[in-house]
Design a protein around this ligand. Structure first.
Ligand code: ZN
Ligand code: ZN
Length: 275
């Protein structure tokens, strides 16, 4: 029998286990047979201590996939590359662009920290504008077509400090994992839209259902109609496990924990999902 694929959430905004720290960020560890993939690196070096507490050996990392260039997904990159210099990094070419967020409090730089940019120098990087195989059974989407134009990036993101050039986050990408149970999808922030992402993976793989969908869905500022539409379409995929976290939004997570009931699984630091 083939060994199971295990997903462990290393870093997330929420946590229930006293030994694990939390921060606004995401890092997910995937073990598929002999292959070890780190999807995102959180905001700081927190993933190192959380990984140790969870018995995850980051020196075994074969591949690091960055979902996009935001600081809360790339902040731990330098620390992980120090531990696992052999790891191949998969990222979209535009992930390293300067990135800004406009809020009531002003403009904030939200791109990849300089330390992470420096750490990429001389590394094995696969630039994923298009889909790529990360390891047997695990692939990355590369840039996701925006077939639902109403699935916007979810916040006021720009490429310049004066906020004149909107950032459409072309670098946003997700993973899909193929197991005997079906196709599962791991999302970073899903700035491309969770439905756009699932539709794209469905088209690439020929699947009409998904086993597990886990990660950030960036619906925290979404209008009710978008949330309703997302909910309705998610139902058509007959999910076995829905585990939204990070930037999905507290309101949406609370609602969906009831609506999706048995298949809902909270996504917090230390959560494990078996595929
Ligand atoms: Zn983001
Ligand atoms: Zn995020």
């Amino acid at each position: 029998m083939k060994s199971k694929t295990m997903i462990t959430v290393l870093v997330e905004d929420h946590g229930t286990k006293p030994k694990l720290g939390t921060e606004h960020g995401l890092a997910i560890w995937i073990e598929a047979g002999d292959h070890h993939v780190l999807f995102d690196t959180g905001q700081t070096d927190l993933l190192l201590t959380n990984a140790m507490a969870l018995g995850v050996d980051l020196t075994q990392t074969d591949a690091i996939v960055l979902s996009h260039g935001h600081y809360d997904h790339t902040g731990g990159l330098a620390a992980v590359l120090d531990m696992a210099p052999q790891a191949r990094v998969f990222m979209h070419p535009e992930a390293t662009e300067p990135k800004f967020s406009l809020k009531d409090s002003g403009t904030h730089s939200v791109g990849m920290p300089e330390q992470a940019r420096q750490a990429l120098k001389g590394r094995r990087v696969t630039w994923t504008a298009t889909p790529a195989i990360v390891c047997p059974g695990i692939s990355v989407t590369g840039q996701v077509p925006r077939s639902n134009p109403w699935e916007n990036v979810g916040s006021n993101f720009y490429l310049d400090q004066s906020c004149s050039r909107p950032d459409t986050l072309p670098d946003d990408q997700s993973l899909w994992i193929e197991t005997e149970q079906g196709i599962s999808v791991v999302l970073g922030c899903a700035h491309a839209g969770v439905l756009n992402t699932l539709r794209y993976v469905a088209g690439l793989t020929g699947t009409q259902t998904f086993h597990t969908v886990v990660g950030g869905m960036h619906l925290l500022h979404a209008l009710p109609e978008r949330i309703r539409q997302t909910e309705a379409t998610l139902k058509t995929y007959h999910l076995h496990c829905l585990a939204p976290g990070h930037c999905t939004g507290e309101y949406v997570m609370e609602q969906w924990s009831q609506i999706f009931n048995a298949c809902y699984s909270p996504c917090f630091a230390g959560a494990k999902i078996t595929l």
